[in-house]
Design a protein around this ligand. Structure first.
Ligand SMILES: Cc1cc2nc3c(=O)[nH]c(=O)nc-3n(C[C@H](O)[C@H](O)[C@H](O)COP(=O)(O)O)c2cc1C
Length: 306
């Protein structure tokens, strides 16, 4: 059996398979449908300073090899999250990474500060500076190196827990944003969030998403995710978490070869909430078949050229 354990920052995880933000609720909802105890970690949906209804429907549409979503960060807000969700985590055997979103620096900081005030077994924070589905904030930070560095620096001062900055592919130079987050003190980077996309009903000429654009996810974006991870890997020294279109252990290995120390499975959970568990079993076999003793020895080992 291969050794699936990995370490990111100072946190040990039993394997590198996490579930991605927005596809597994707050981590407490799925336990009746899937064996969540085997997952490396669960990343929660984005939590904001105040509750958000999200965008009006239609806000999800299937596309070739993927889906578009425009959920718009619907969530209960940090105060209700602290009151209702954090106590439930005491019973969970799976590490929780809380994902945070905001419209301003202050909002991100307040959410993190308020969460740090209560005792919890959250192992870290993933900061969503890459949401394409809101008017203000989110992606504005993730497209600007200075804003990314400033926000990371502020958040770093507020917590000793794992700090992961989640990057957007909707930029000219994702590696430069990664470098800015590393300078600000991030422990790790995750990439990618969704790509801006559109889908149109030709019969009634209406957009299939209420506000026109949504975030594209699923297998269709895996090549983009891999290229982004590979670019960032060459520019930073901190660990990367690969996201985008993962549905199998082979996909995981591709991300690892591109430079990811761990991965998050997103859209695939909608088809099968147990897919993370299946991938862990499959990964173990795949590593054995390839005589790979552990995941870290494979990170970034893709060879270019013929
Ligand atoms: C319905 C849906 C909701 C999402 N909500 C969030 C969110 O709240 N915060 C966030 O950082 N990413 C969110 N994402 C993005 C995913 O975490 C992930 O980065 C993206 O979907 C790419 O991975 P995938 O192709 O495996 O789905 C969401 C994705 C989907 C499909």
């Amino acid at each position: 059996m291969a050794d699936l354990r990995i370490k990111i920052g100072s946190v040990d995880f039993k394997n590198p398979i996490f579930v991605a933000s927005g596809t597994y609720g707050y981590g407490t909802e799925v336990s009746e449908l899937a064996d969540i105890t085997v997952l490396g970690a669960i990343v929660t949906k984005s939590v904001t300073r105040y509750p958000r209804e999200g965008n009006p429907p239609p806000r999800i549409v299937e596309t070739p090899s993927g889906m578009l979503n425009s959920i718009g960060l619907a969530n209960i807000g940090v105060e209700a999250y602290i009151k209702k969700m954090i106590p439930l985590y005491e019973e969970l055997k799976t590490p929780i990474i809380m994902n945070i979103a905001g419209s301003t620096d202050d909002e991100y900081c307040e959410v993190l500060e308020l969460t740090e005030l209560v005792s919890s077994n959250i192992v870290g924070y993933e900061i969503n500076i890459s949401c394409p589905n809101v008017n203000a904030g989110g992606m504005e930070f993730g497209v600007d190196c200075d804003l990314t560095e400033q926000l990371t620096t502020r958040l770093r001062k507020l917590t000793d827990r794992l700090l992961i900055m989640k990057l957007s592919p909707n930029v000219t130079d994702i590696a430069a944003i990664g470098v800015a987050a590393e300078k600000g003190g991030a422990d790790a980077l995750s990439a990618i969030n969704t790509l801006v996309g559109m889908s149109i009903n030709t019969t009634n000429k209406k957009s299939n998403i209420h506000y026109g654009y949504g975030g594209l996810s699923g297998p269709a974006i895996k090549p983009v995710g891999l290229a982004c991870v590979h670019k960032i890997y060459q520019a930073v020294d901190i660990p990367l978490i690969g996201i985008g279109g993962i549905t199998s252990a082979d996909d995981v290995l591709e991300y690892v070869l591109a430079g990811a120390a761990a991965v998050e499975v997103g859209t695939a959970n909608y088809r099968d909430p147990n897919i993370g568990t299946s991938i862990i079993v499959e990964l173990d076999t795949l590593l054995d078949q390839n005589d790979i003793g552990s995941v870290p020895e494979f990170v970034g080992k893709v060879e270019l050229g013929s």
